[in-house]
Design a protein. Sequence first.
Length: 255
Amino acid sequence: MSETLLKVSGLTMRFGGLLAVDQVEFEVRKDEVFAIIGPNGAGKTTVFNCVGGFYKPTTGSILMDGKKIDGMPSHKVAQQGLVRTFQNVRLFKNLTVLENLLVAQHTHIETSLVKGLFKVPSYRKSEQDALKSAAEWLDFMGIRQFANREAGNLAYGHQRRLEIARCMITRPRLLMLDEPAAGLNPQEKRDLQQLIDQLRKEFGVAVLLIEHDMSLVMGVSDRIMVMEHGKPITTGLPADVRSDPRVIKAYLGEE
Ligand SMILES: Nc1ncnc2c1ncn2[C@@H]1O[C@H](COP(=O)(O)OP(=O)(O)OP(=O)(O)O)[C@@H](O)[C@H]1O
């Protein structure tokens, strides 16, 4: 069994009188694809928002490689190697596809004003590296032919791939995907499953996934946590979760 990358303990999030997430515990191991499923309103996105630094949890602890990240803002969480996509794709729609990938690397590029103005060699080198890396990711995602097109004009499936590339270009250790199959056609969903497998195998990235598409979840996940009313009801292997009567009742049964 591989080591723990993310450890969430006693996570609780309250919105006024509503307990959206109630004592949630789980771990994501290095190289693992871990999915969170459950009916609408179960608290999945709220867990994501706490882990990604978008909400400060009411109580609980979130450790990334042993380091406390709960309460950190999202850009600091990203610096710890944890990045995410959104339910509705969020890109700089008026920038080109290539520019989206260059902007994503800005924290890694030497942006010192003086160095930039005088274009000293180290600045030029980091610019070249950023371009090279962007080109490689465009090739990997099969969207290089759209490099100079405005991101907002890409087909939806390509926008999703660009959003994942924008995360991966920062070389995260944990990639969080929030309903990545939403809005994709059946072929795009199969491609997505292959992509997630490939990202894990080739780049050693762990994946934390929220998804309603059961075929994708069952096909791609190592382990699955099922939530209902803010609480985990079970965590296990896809085959075990699929046949668990509580899960069928809470989630699969409602479809
Ligand atoms: N910012 C917020 N303010 C108040 N209530 C919220 C907020 N965000 C979520 N909630 C509530 O918390 C509960 C859990 O919502 P959440 O979006 O986490 O569920 P979910 O499992 O992700 O659902 P879905 O599958 O529909 O995305 C819901 O009752 C929701 O209305």
